[in-house]
Design a protein around this ligand. Structure first.
Ligand code: FES
Length: 177
């Protein structure tokens, strides 16, 4: 994916750099610092890892090593439509991994990644607490239960149609002004 920072992210990175000054240069501060960075940027871009490594005077690979150990950290920006596929036990035995593969294939990305246009991201999650509906996928807060591989395309198509309708409504709005 295109990992170039957006103008908003560049601005947020400047705030991160300023905020870093309030953290002592101690290795023990790495996790709280990464949490702060993710809070500001929603993920940990390469540029932020670099800034953190410079502040703590440790190698970037050490920062990555720690960050990748914890699954609370993301390395790609969340998509406008984040897709979470549950791979908890109940969903797994009912084919959750096949649902995941279908989303990956249709969108051309893997779990943990975001499409180049930043519209979709895919994430694997542990039990989301509605096992009776297994297998489950959550798209932008909406829970889709009893998922089947054949439903994946329909869901993505529905999003495309909604986007198109939103786009048209926006254009209509603008031309009516
Ligand atoms: S295992 Fe998927 S909702 Fe519980």
């Amino acid at each position: 994916m295109n990992d170039e920072l957006t103008p908003e992210e560049k601005e947020a990175l400047k705030h991160v750099a300023l905020k870093l000054e309030s953290y002592e240069k101690q290795r023990g501060n790495l996790i709280p610092i990464l949490q702060m960075v993710q809070e500001k940027l929603a993920y940990l871009p390469t540029e932020a890892i670099k800034v953190v490594s410079e502040h703590l005077e440790i190698f970037e690979c050490e920062v990555y090593g720690v960050a990748t150990f914890y699954n609370q950290f993301r390395f790609h920006p969340p998509g406008k439509y984040p897709i979470k596929v549950c791979l908890g036990t109940a969903c797994h035995v009912r084919g959750g991994d096949i649902i995941l593969e279908n989303f990956e294939r249709k969108l051309g990305i893997h779990a943990g990644e975001t499409t180049a246009d930043r519209e979709f991201s895919i994430e694997k999650v542990a039990c989301v607490g509605c096992c009776a509906l297994a297998p489950v996928a959550i798209i932008d807060e909406t829970v889709h239960g009893h998922m089947a591989p054949s439903k994946v395309e329909g869901l993505l198509m529905r999003i495309e149609i909604e986007k198109e309708m939103e786009e048209r409504a926006k254009k209509k709005d603008e031309s009516g002004r």
